[in-house]
Design a protein around this ligand. Structure first.
Ligand code: ATP
Ligand code: SF4
Ligand code: MG
Length: 323
């Protein structure tokens, strides 16, 4: 993809823990094009949130980025510090968290917070900032923005708070928004509405989204492309439709098999049989081997990244073949 706005290359993030190093993100690479939505999916502890935080430069001790590049329109964010990073964050790349109260301050009115968010990057009058805040609320499907602007966060429903958080992320029309399970806590119909708004926003504004989720139903209704994470690595990537129809990696196949046939958006993934590995003591071989029906002795050696048809890839010695 030549029009990638975000290109993550061989990203490595480690945490120093007692007795060793946890490689939470271990050589992750992907790219997202303008107006595209990438679903980053995997079970709990696979490194999805740490990937998002690493991209934004939000990793703190005992964690550190141990290698790789995060290229936002060609600028490597891993090389930026302090003010340089703050100027880009919120303006060119923004984040929506699972809990909107990570973004919202409980003691300030929505209007106060949104005006401050506008003024953080643009020198405009308060009146103009308020106008932009109101427009942003309309953009995310909030019909009477004035009422919401006058409210404190606790006076809003969970779905409304999350829409406000998304509106704040959108204020400066960033190139990329990272969203870490922002609809997981919401009821299914509200979630469906927000996902539809996000789809529309991506195509209308050109903002690219990286949407972190456990929920394959969310990915299938939202994402253009999908990256499946397991134990800190991307084990499968490709267009969402193709991956979901014909998974190449045994772990992806396991995830899909564990989705109930009559799944509703919001249904949590069932566990793939077996336990997620401890990231502190992974060996050289495939981390999925203890849970994999296709495992063979060669799987004790590092699996290769196999480039497959239609721009797809799988990190596996024996990818599932479809004819
Ligand atoms: N502050 C920390 N100190 C040590 N290890 C950490 C820290 N934060 C994350 N990790 C490690 O990184 C791994 C990946 O965590 P991460 O939060 O990215 O998972 P996730 O895929 O977002 O999971 P979930 O779906 O539960 O949100 C965890 O299993 C944990 O071992
Ligand atoms: S490398 Fe081997 S153990 Fe790992 S997923 Fe592929 S077949 Fe299974
Ligand atoms: Mg997470």
């Amino acid at each position: 993809m030549s029009d990638a706005v975000l290109r993550v290359q061989d990203l490595r993030t480690e945490f120093a823990v007692r007795g060793g190093v946890v490689k939470a993100v271990d050589g992750v690479s992907f790219e997202v094009g303008r107006g595209r939505i990438l679903g980053l999916v995997g079970e709990s502890g696979s490194g999805k949130s740490v990937t998002a935080y690493s991209i934004l430069g939000l990793i703190e001790a005992p964690g550190r980025i141990a290698g790789g590049q995060v290229l936002l329109n060609g600028v490597d964010l891993t090389q930026l510090r302090g003010e340089a990073l703050r100027q880009i964050r919120g303006a060119q790349i923004a984040m929506v968290f699972q809990d909107p109260m990570m973004t919202l301050n409980p003691v300030l009115k929505v209007s106060t917070q949104m005006v401050a968010a506008v003024k953080a990057h643009d020198k405009v009058s308060t009146a103009e900032a308020l106008e932009r805040a109101g427009q942003a609320l309309v953009t995310v499907g909030i019909p009477s923005p004035q009422e919401r602007l006058d409210a404190y966060p606790h006076q809003l429903s969970g779905g409304m708070r999350q829409r406000v958080a998304i509106a704040i992320a959108l204020l400066h029309r960033p190139a990329v928004i990272l969203a870490d399970e922002p609809t997981t806590a919401l009821d299914v119909s509200i979630q469906g509405q927000i996902l539809a708004e996000v789809r529309r926003l991506a195509s209308e504004t050109g903002t690219a989204f990286v949407w972190v989720t456990h929920d394959l139903a969310v990915v299938s209704s939202l994402a253009d492309d999908i990256c499946v994470m397991y134990a800190g690595k991307i084990v499968e990537a490709g267009s969402a439709d193709a991956v979901m129809a014909e998974p190449h990696h045994p772990y992806t196949a396991g995830l899909l098999a564990s989705v109930p046939a009559e799944h509703e958006p919001g249904t949590r993934l069932q566990q793939v049989p077996g336990q997620a590995p401890s990231l502190a003591d992974l060996g050289q071989g495939c981390a999925f081997a203890p849970r994999c029906a296709k495992a063979s002795p060669v799987c004790n050696t590092p699996p290769p990244l196999q480039q497959l048809a239609n721009g797809r890839s799988a990190l596996c010695h024996h990818p599932i073949q479809w004819t």
